[in-house]
Design a protein around this ligand. Sequence first.
Ligand code: RIB
Length: 299
Amino acid sequence: MRVLNIGSLNIDKTYSVKEFVQPKETIKALRYEEFCGGKGLNQSVALAKAGAEVYHAGAVGKDGTILTDILKTAGVHTDYIQEMDVVSGHAVIQVDENGQNNIIICGGANDSVSKAYIVSVLDRFLAGDIVLLQNEISNVDFVITEAKKRGMTVALNPSPMSAELKSYHLNQVDYLIVNEVEGKELAEVNSEKISDIMEGLKIKFPDAFIVLTLGEKGSYFFNQSETIYQDIFKVKAVDTTGAGDTFCGYFLGGLAEGLTVQESLKNASAASAIAVSRRGAAQSIPTKQEVQNFQKNKK
Ligand code: RIB
């Protein structure tokens, strides 16, 4: 089964800081680094490392060779990525001494993903193939409806949340992969309780398979008939950037490979734990072998 990820590619401009800068404050960074990132790119790298046959589509500028190169190195098909006459997308990231981050994204080429281009890419795929999306490119809703018309399986990681996202055809999404904040917002429940968020999501998206990631509290896979829980693997957090993307890619990669939901969740949890213990986004994503060794050593 092939996975087509139509998603963002960013250059991550990452500042290590003791604590996040506050309003009216000027602080000095401890370190500055540039990494390859973008939720789309990170998820494609994770999918490929998990063993999936993944095609990345999206847009970069002339400065984006480094982004397509890291995808190629990971084994992702990059032929459909467009090079445009604008700058690549980028993100400005602060990582504090606890490994937590905050992120500003600047769309760049990611905002130039047109409907005509999307149709030309989808034309190369078949019913039954998976199309994966995040919310960092233009025309996400168009991809959802167009892919569904073609009988493709649609997986959406609605990140980052936006006001428009709720108006998308989310009822056409087959796999919805959300964190706690996104889950609460989409469930539209006035409660912090996980069980309420899960019930709310089931009511809103009765036909979807839903993955809810809860950071330290583990993750759930659920639909109308079953609920499966996976605990986390505890590690010291160095940089959480891209950990959610690693989880998403490894989870879908596992399913695409025919693993059970429980096995896929476990691999995803182990892979994201490793990613959290390393600096950077895409470069922190482990290989399948590393994920297997990590789990053996944790026994
Ligand atoms: O999820 C992490 C990613 O979010 C970063 O790599 C950054 O580019 C933003 O897209």
